[in-house]
Design a protein around this ligand. Structure first.
Ligand code: BT5
Length: 269
């Protein structure tokens, strides 16, 4: 992968400019930095490897040379898009999901809020970060990391959740730049639909663990146990507890809960 190949493969897309790195700390950091210097929409940062790739809550995201896809897109949201600010992460998820199903015939699922699963294993993660100027949101950085070849999958002990890569599930080699192109095509198609009925319905229809009993670990507060009922219009996950109470969650990690552990009480573990 190099800058010329990227420009030539993505020339039909409305990408303003591309920066490519063989190795970088984090493409999101570079994109956040760049977003202050230039107020253009659709600046793209791509890296072959990251040494300080980030997930949510400052967790690590592993990106290995030659085998992963890591990129960040700088977006300048319109006032209408700002009404749906929480939906930029699902915008990334829907774009990956659509690309995998349309162009690779792969059945993926979206694990709320920001993971792509194939056969219930994590294949991609999304990290959306914003740059504010006083109280005004200036730009959004949409970062996407995808495991492509088997070497991209970190050791099981490093993962919170089982992981896989696209080649293992697809059983054939994947061209990283072609996949990047497919995802961006889908992203530009979904972006005008952010927050629409179609957007929310498609997300809901491909939501992992829908109807299943899960435990949601929240960064603050007690875990919640419930049966997933879907996504609401703000992008919150909705659950029904055993006492039939409907709860919605804005931030957290979903874990499958064995059926003999249904409970209405909230507890750790
Ligand atoms: C995410 O966070 O899944 C968001 C990952 C976003 C990465 C992209 S790469 C381009 C851009 N630049 C960045 O620096 N970041 C973005 P979260 O849901 O918090 O999941 C993080 C957890 O996933 C870690 O704690 C590990 O358990 C696990 N993990 C780390 N690397 C992984 C990998 N390659 N495949 C599967 N799981 C991984």
């Amino acid at each position: 992968m190099n800058l010329d190949e990227l420009y030539s493969a993505l020339q039909d897309l409305p990408i303003a400019e591309i920066r490519y790195f063989d190795v970088i700390g984090s493409t999101n950091d570079a994109a956040l930095e760049w977003s202050t210097q230039q107020a253009t929409d659709n600046l793209l940062v791509v890296a072959d490897a990251q040494t300080a790739g980030r997930g949510r809550m400052n967790r690590k995201w592993m990106t290995y040379p030659g085998s992963s896809l890591a990129f960040s897109l700088v977006l300048h949201p319109t006032p209408k898009e700002l009404e749906h600010f929480t939906l930029f992460s699902p915008l990334g998820a829907l774009s990956i999901w659509s690309a995998l199903s349309k162009y690779y015939n792969l059945t993926a699922e979206i694990k709320w809020p920001n993971d792509i699963l194939i056969n219930r294993k994590k294949t991609a993660g999304i990290l959306v970060e914003a740059r504010w100027k006083s109280d005004h949101l200036e730009s959004v950085v949409l970062g996407i990391g995808i495991n492509i070849a088997p070497e991209s999958v970190p050791l099981t002990t490093e993962n919170l959740f089982p992981a896989t890569c696209i080649e293992a599930e697809n059983q054939c080699p994947i061209d990283r730049i072609e996949l990047l192109h497919s995802i961006l095509v889908e992203l530009f198609a979904w972006r005008p639909l952010i927050g629409s009925k179609l957007f929310l319905e498609t997300w809901n229809n491909h939501l992992a663990f829908s109807g299943e009993w899960v435990r949601i670990d929240q960064p603050m507060g007690q875990p919640i146990i419930g049966q997933i009922t879907g996504i609401n219009s703000e992008g919150k996950l909705t659950l029904k507890t055993q006492t039939e109470e409907i709860k919605s969650v804005a931030v957290g990690d979903v874990h499958l809960r064995p059926s003999n552990e249904h409970s209405t009480t909230t507890h750790g573990g």
